[in-house]
Design a protein around this ligand. Sequence first.
Ligand code: IZC
Ligand code: ZN
Length: 408
Amino acid sequence: MTDLLIKNIGVLATPLGKCAVSGSAQGEIQLVENAEIAVEGGKISYAGAESGAPNAAAVVDAGGRLVTPGLVDAHTHLVFGGFRQNELEMKLAGVQYLDILRAGGGILSTVRATRAAGEDELYAKAAAFADDMLRHGTTTVETKSGYGLDTETEMKQLRVAARISREHAIDVVSTYMGAHAFPDEYKENREAFVDFLVNEALPQVASSGLAEFADVFAETAVFDIAQSRRVLTTARELGLGVKIHADEINPIGGAQLAAELGAISADHLLQASDEGLDALAASGVIAVCLPATSFYLDKNFARARTMIEKGIPVAIATDFNPGSSPSFNMQFAMTVACLKLRLTPKEALCAATLNAAASIGRADSKGSIEPGKDADIVIWDAPDLNFIFYRYGNNQVHKVIKSGRVIE
Ligand code: IZC
Ligand code: ZN
């Protein structure tokens, strides 16, 4: 028997398929009016027109509302100590993000706070974020380490992420980002830090099984292309998937490196050159755009329309972190994706669900509402798809269903 039936759905809006979609297909969203969804064993068993379905153990009446897949936030830095509200006035006075980092603040101040924090304390803080994300419609979240830089603290962050995935409803996908900044200990000897990452940290992380992907902050004054290549090539050899913070502030060729390495995603890409975008298009790398970060840093926005024209699958994420994007609200990122990346609501829905799932290796089980996929579903306080992009700033979620369970 059906475990759960969601009936009286005004509009069911979902992309379809088990892989990232690009070009005009990114805007192909299936819309079914007067729909229903049946769930069995935490998976979707039926999604489509109302069929006067069989008895179900539990019924949720969607009340004529919009229903979409659960949102997938494919790029966050969820586990961190402290906050960085002290940087706000510096930013307003014109101090640049990278200058704060060069002066020993920014990421490095979060590194100090994260090293000092106990594991339970980090867990309690990140788990509270995760629960609130879920209430805002995010059913799967990717999170990166990178606020330890030393192996002990990086492992502490990764254990916290794994514990959230185990003990909370939200699904967590983990990425190791020991190459997020150069720690004070290696300030004068950067190559030695890259040696440490390649020879010690990456092998230990890979054998722990606590991370699926590795990521590098490839940027001026952070990891240059040669250093990023070394780290990510080693990660790949150790069996980790590869991601990269590419061309966020300066166009140093991060997109080209992502293409060269066959990365699953290249993230940010505000400054990516035409050559960089062509390389992504040719190699099937997913572009993860982070419009809330552009907004918060008061920078330009990634050229998402050009990406779609070139056939690059586009995903969007919040980049939640204590410095450049202190919001985990995917709904805000989705509205900014429409207004500033110029995505249509249909393209943006795909970017926040199916393409986002593909960018973290989950397109086979998440990102769309169709039989066989996980029953991760959002019922919105909205009559149609445009509505959730048009309103912003408030939480428009009516109910979240995670793995077939109604979240109260
Ligand atoms: O803590 O500033 N861009 N890494 C690269 C970040 C932003 C996170 C941070
Ligand atoms: Zn990031």
